[in-house]
Design a protein around this ligand. Sequence first.
Ligand code: SF4
Length: 289
Amino acid sequence: MNYEGDIIRPPSEANSIIIQVTVGCSHNHCTFCGAYKDKEFRVRSDAEVSENIAFAAEHCSRQKRVFLADGDALILSQKRLIRLFAEIKHSLPQVNRIALYGNTKAIRSKSVSELKELRKLGLHRIYMGLESGDDSVLAQVKKGETAASMVHAANLVKEAGIFLSVTVLIGLAGIRKSLQHATQTGRVLSEMKPRQIAALCLMPLANTEIGTQLENGSFHLLNPDQMLLELQELIKNINCEPVQFMANHASNYLPLSGRLPRDREAMLDSIAQALLGNRALVPEEHRAL
Ligand code: SF4
């Protein structure tokens, strides 16, 4: 497969055929995100994408899922997406599910009927980064969105019948606003009502603005116990329909996963036990992004 730069995909797309249709992220300003810092955003040409689909047709005939990279493949025009989905259907007939990252701007650029059209053509899942439900934190990290604009985007996805997976970031607000960030994030997730929530822990990279802030002392990273307290507050504040909650990414100190609200007490108990020192945390050297 002909990829440009490193390819990032959600853990649950580990077995998917990855087709890179854009390079980088059209926003690329978030202070915590180093994923595409070395890439200038561009849409790959039809020829480049077709070459990769042809490669997949030859070598990936057993894989039934496709993930469209990079950062926000949904930013492609509706016309281009329709053409792309038709080509995937024609060349990879075994594929029954297409997923992609969709940032809020990209989602809002589509109408519900356009999203429904994409769903009918195979778009099964959109991964969206909320990061925080607190507007002051969103402004601080240059997300370029507000909690309200992200709730609006989530509603468009759900109305179109597409599976919505939302990512949030523990530790993003630093120490002073930690619990406020958790409470507001829980509140906004409750409004968004996604089908899946993934809570990652912040790991500042040297090539990011937040990495520089950490270095110069203007940002303070939570210690493992403070991360757990924030996670605890977040879980307490998610009140929505049954949702898969995952805090088992490689960045998490205490891997947790379950259904909310069903497994709330069990997850809170695990956190309490970890805070008491009765459960081992993932050692720093084993954490990763
Ligand atoms: S977090 Fe998402 S929107 Fe922000 S720069 Fe990274 S890929 Fe782009």
